[in-house]
Design a protein around this ligand. Structure first.
Ligand code: AMX
Length: 438
């Protein structure tokens, strides 16, 4: 059985050769035009980043090294006694481009469990924070403080060759992914369930199994399975989204993976990005309160218009790239459809009914380019059903997940020797001058 490092040692030289050939033959080939709308429109659609592990098609959604979410559900290893994809098999796929064997997956689970304990200074730091500090702020602080033990930063200070950057980056990325559950669970316990003892990491189970145990929900097999699926399918969503892009940008300065991912988490904490999953549930529960019993499509329609007319966005709908319902939303909805207790839950029914009404309302409203639900429209209501009711915490779970993709790409950026990112900016006057007479 290969370790993840051995698997990477095999694929890295091939990818390096592929990149070298592309550079030699096509450095000056054109991929598209840069228009004024790109410069003033958040760079939507501008092809300007290398990101190998996942590609987002506007119509069919995300693929991880070519595999769709249903493909991954068929091919990637589940936990013993479970059915859903686990984080380790997704991480292996993202990092190596290969579907791991069951033995490889289990070995990676063990490696992560063995490295999962938090150092004392991080425990002390997190325990010292006010419980009123947003859990995402705490997560970013804890991740940054983990850089105390960064192998990359230590090796860089000693002086290493560029060709060795990736191996130390990999050490840090694996350590960080391993420690995120203990960190995220500690934040949850401090803020919402103070005074309870957090169970130790079980070396024989998977990353998310341990995370759910440490959160205090270990006895709930369905929640554990849901979070396995949730964390696997939120793992990567191309490189241009704000959190992935932030990790990539900060990493390009050779700041270590802890600092790079800490910065990424603060991008994820924005309401137009990861914070949306906290917003969606709050908004749906308010809608439920407002509409009372016997909720009809007509009543939901009125409520949606009320949100829109008050100048707010409908949370959980729309996307920067997608132009169809998000397949991650579909996968989470399907999880609900196989479980009668979930199907009977009024909040889950309301989320489903809203997804049947909102696209037409948003089309009529006429602004958003994508009137369909994104993943956040569904993700929180299942957590709520299972008793994880603290919405402010939901983005933290997203942050645990997104590490899989963002950190994968840091390993690859260093393995491929990608340079400091530094696009050219222009003043308004400079743009006007350049386009005059065109
Ligand atoms: N409700 C109402 N209006 C919306 C809308 C929605 N759900 N989504 C987009 N619009 C509006 C925009 O505000 C914009 O209006 P403006 O021209 O007055 O500024 C217009 O439609 C065009 O926007 P767009 O090009 O379709 O979207 P975008 O790429 O600029 O933004 C996103 C994408 C996700 C930020 C946006 O759709 C949104 O705000 N959605 C609600 C929040 C949300 O669900 N975020 C989660 C995204 C997924 C994630 O990161 N977790």
């Amino acid at each position: 059985t290969k370790t993840i490092r051995e698997a990477l040692e095999e694929v890295i030289p091939k990818k390096q050769a592929q990149l070298a050939a592309l550079k030699a033959r096509h450095s000056q080939s054109v991929l598209g035009d840069v228009k004024v709308e790109h410069v003033i429109g958040g760079m939507r659609g501008l092809k300007a980043m290398l990101w190998d592990a996942s590609v987002l098609d506007p119509l069919e959604g995300i693929r991880f090294h070519g595999l769709s979410i249903p493909d991954c559900q068929k091919q990637l290893t589940a936990a013993p006694g479970g059915k859903e994809i686990i984080a380790e098999s997704m991480l292996w796929l993202l990092l190596t481009g290969q579907v791991p064997t069951e033995a490889e997956t289990r070995q990676l689970s063990r490696e992560l469990a063995e490295k999962g304990d938090l150092p004392k200074h991080v425990i002390d730091l997190i325990d010292s924070l006010p419980t009123t500090l947003h859990p995402m702020t705490q997560l970013g602080m804890g991740v940054a403080a983990l850089n105390h033990d960064s192998k990359f930063a230590a090796a860089y200070e000693e002086g290493i060759k560029k060709s060795e950057y990736w191996t130390h980056t990999l050490d840090d990325c694996i350590n960080l992914i391993a420690r995120l559950p203990a960190l995220a669970a500690r934040i949850y316990r401090n803020v919402y369930k103070p005074g309870q003892e957090i169970p130790a990491i079980n070396k024989d189970i998977d990353l998310v199994g341990n995370y759910v145990n440490m959160l205090g929900f270990g006895a709930n097999h369905d929640l554990t399975e849901y979070l396995r699926l949730y964390i696997a399918i939120h793992g990567d969503h191309e490189g241009g989204n704000a959190s992935a892009h932030t990790a990539h940008l900060v990493g390009s300065t050779l700041a270590d993976p802890y600092l790079s991912y800490s910065a990424a988490l603060y991008a994820l904490a924005g309401p137009l990005h990861g914070l949306a999953n906290q917003e969606v549930l709050r908004w749906q529960l308010d809608m439920q309160k407002e509409l009372g019993n016997n909720i009809t499509h007509e009543k939901i329609k009125e409520s949606l218009w009320k949100t829109l007319k008050s100048g707010r966005v409908v949370p959980g709908y729309g996307h920067g790239v997608l132009r169809n319902p998000d397949p991650r939303f579909v996968a989470l909805q399907e999880f609900c459809l196989t479980r009668p207790d979930l199907l009977a839950d009024p909040v889950i029914q309301l989320v489903k009914q809203t997804s049947e009404v909102a696209p037409d309302v948003l089309k009529e409203h006429g602004k958003t380019k994508n009137p369909y639900p994104n993943v956040d429209a569904a993700s929180g209501c299942v957590l709520y059903h299972y008793g994880l009711t603290e919405f402010k915490y939901y983005t933290v779970i997203f942050g645990v997940s997104r590490a899989l993709g963002a950190l994968t790409q840091l390993v690859w950026a260093r393995a491929l020797g990608l340079p400091l990112e530094r696009p050219k900016s222009l003043s308004l006057e400079a743009i006007e001058k350049l386009v005059e007479g065109q």
